[in-house]
Ligand binder design. Structure first.
Ligand code: ADP
Ligand code: MG
Length: 346
């Protein structure tokens, strides 16, 4: 199984020194940024912040990341996710963070007619995406797993959650986006004016670079992962990508299968898109949408964008077409390899 990050920072800003797994203090890179690297949520995370308050703010941010990792982990027996999944139909008390995730999951789930469904975990297990080995499940296994999937059956109270016995949730589609919102919130509250957070390819910027210029964020080419399809110039925004090249395997039938599942048929979503990048203010919404619009496919993703227009997006289709929404016109520089088409406002 491959897991590679989908976004990278340009140019060589990620030349960290003194790496650690738990975010030890006083790591400074060549341009005097304070940096941390953390392994959490099954991915590598890099935080980079400038200014006098950066060191302290990053320490708080790393603690918060590790707490959220413990809270959302589907495998940690002390997590909220574990409690929800093993409650056997009873209501369980969970943290405010989990309630926040579930509320957004319900909202985007409803708006996308179930393309995002955080109860897809039984399907992910059937394909082995939660384990080291994957396989194409037989139709009986897939049918049984599909019957357990329906986010509409999640009931939320102020601080408790109840799902039917057998149903299981997983927050892989939106937990990193929520976490980047939290990290960026901590940095801002601590007085940091310039920072860039990269949570396994989910990028979120605080302000601009210290010299006032915009951050440059490259979006990975789904066909040639060492290259970029475009570079975005941003400040104070999240840039979040879902791609079919992230966690995938070749089945016995020689076909590629990936970790974003279409809850409608239980198969990896194959609706014409190979990558979806969402740009917006909230990491949580961008993350939820990147997964949901990947499932919906090109036409419906564009329809969805027209109905909301409070985010921007870049779509790459399986026949190597690139679409980006009008709001990105001033900030995008597309690689010469692609003939980009702009999706205009109505
Ligand atoms: P990544 O984790 O690579 O950043 P995504 O944000 O697109 O990518 O999330 C993919 C993850 O979401 C999968 O690994 C799985 O845990 C979960 N997932 C897969 N399909 C769905 C779906 N249709 N709805 C909700 N969650 C999903
Ligand atoms: Mg997502």
């Amino acid at each position: 199984m491959r897991k590679i990050t989908s976004l990278f920072i340009i140019p060589s800003l990620l030349s960290f020194c003194g790496c650690s797994v738990s975010g030890q203090p006083m790591q400074v890179d060549e341009d005097n940024a304070s940096v941390r690297d953390v392994f959490a949520m099954d991915t590598y995370m890099y935080l980079k912040a400038y200014g006098d308050s950066a060191e302290k703010a990053l320490d708080i941010a790393v603690k918060r990341i590790l707490t959220l990792d413990r809270t959302f982990s589907v495998k940690n027996t002390n997590s909220d996710t574990w409690s929800i999944n093993h409650a056997e139909g009873k209501a369980v008390k969970v943290s405010e963070d989990t309630i926040n995730l579930l509320k957004t999951a319900q909202e985007i789930g409803s708006k996308t007619n179930g393309a995002l469904d955080v109860t897809s975990y039984p399907l992910l297990k059937a394909w082995g995406f939660t384990m080291d080995t994957q396989q194409i499940p037989d139709s009986k296994t897939l049918r049984a797993a599909s019957e357990l999937v329906d986010f509409r059956k999640i009931s939320l109270d102020n601080d408790s959650v109840c799902i039917p016995n057998g149903m299981q949730v997983d927050f892989g589609s939106l937990a990193k986006g929520y976490t980047s919102d939290q990290v960026v919130g901590i940095l801002r509250e601590s007085g940091v004016k310039s920072a860039l957070v990269n949570l396994g390819g989910n990028v979120h910027a605080v302000g601009t670079k210290p010299d006032g210029t915009l951050w440059k964020v490259g979006v990975q080419d789904p066909f040639f992962p060492s290259e970029q399809i475009c570079v975005l110039e941003i400040s104070d925004l999240a840039v979040i990508t879902s791609g079919n090249y992230e966690r995938c395997f070749t089945g016995e039938d020689g076909k590629e299968y990936w970790h974003i599942i279409d809850p409608k048929d239980g198969y990896p979503a194959d609706n014409g898109l190979v990558s979806v990048t969402i740009v917006g203010e909230s990491g949580l919404f961008c993350d939820a949408l990147s997964t949901a619009l990947f499932v919906l496919g090109t036409e419906k993703a564009i329809e969805y964008w027209h109905s909301e227009e409070n985010f921007e997006m870049i779509l790459v289709t399986d026949d190597a077409k690139l679409y980006y929404t009008e709001g990105l016109k001033a900030s995008i520089d597309v690689s010469d390899k692609y003939n980009a088409e702009v999706v205009f406002y109505d």
